[in-house]
Design a protein around this ligand. Sequence first.
Ligand code: 2IP
Ligand code: CA
Length: 376
Amino acid sequence: MAELLRLLLQVSEKAANVARVCRQEAPLFQLLVQEKTGDDKNKKFVQDFKTLADVIIQEVIRHEVGAQFPEIVDFIQGEESNKFENGLGESVTVTMRGTEEETAALLATVLDGDLTAAALLARAIHQDPTAVGANTDGLNVPLSTSEVGIWIDPIDATSQYIEGREEVLEEGHLSPSGLHCALVLIGVYRRSTGEPVMGVINQPFNQKDHKSGRWQGKLFWGVSCGDVNACSVSHTKTGLVKRQPPSVVLSSSEKQVVKDTLSSLCGPEKLMYASGAGYKILCVIQGLADAYVLSEGSTFKWDSCAPHALLRALGGGVVDLTESLKCTSKASVELTYHQPYVEGKGADRWANYGGLVAYGDCSQLSSIMEVLRGKL
Ligand code: 2IP
Ligand code: CA
């Protein structure tokens, strides 16, 4: 499992490179966006974007993990389908091929014969990323790789990725929107129970080097399995801060009743808004917010699995809001990742349909649940 973590860190960096290359080529980027249709459409958006970058990133991860851990390959799922439609209305199945040239030739068919663009992308996919400097030495995870499954979100907060607004991040402050909200999320869960055990979050656009004009990314990882809890983000010995009342981050499209109720608990100044489901959980992981509340089923297993594992490693978690509100005592129901929502169709089968609360500390979770009880 420690080997798998090192591989996921490495492939997430390759994924981040692809995300950066796609943005650098503006005309190419325009070519790549297309609308989602039918059951795969995220119901929250009137128009949702699917990018070739997304599909490629997902396939790169599947290819590399499959090569080293063939026992997992049938249990890797992601947000995107690898069927892509080109400008001629032809359907092309995008996969990573054995050589850069072969991948470029396949990509050219999706890019309507644009050989330059295809070659650029193929290079990013096949090039080995610079070694990632994550300190995972001595990590021993008591689980076999044949017992796990993987959820991939190639780029979360696609709308922010496409809009591309550049923000300078300030240490210790939540920045509500911009390129930094776009994240590569790779989550690993135990197939028998659905609990998230390992997660990698790659933030491709963390800091821009103004001399070179190039973006630098940032990596986060965590493991929570049995007695082993390890995370690249460290807080004080006692874990995340237990402020009361807690600060809460929401989606700007959250229901008014939730905004009002939480505002009465936290005070309006401690209620924040940010884009990206993954980014909002990352804010809780980093201690920039104490909790993230979402009352709707508009996130998916691929959005929450990776950051959920990091929160667990820090002593927090992510609960199903609807199910936890049904609990009479202070008990709550953590999200799991192994079973579909049987009544859902298409992407909705894997929705976190009951909404969620991501939290760093149990007592803060309790006070949030207490005010929301009877309001939803
Ligand atoms: C989206 C993305 C959105 C989020 C939505 C996710 O994933 O993270 O930003 O909405 O729930 O499913 P919001 O920002 O309002 O929280 P994707 O961009 O991958 O479709
Ligand atoms: Ca997503």
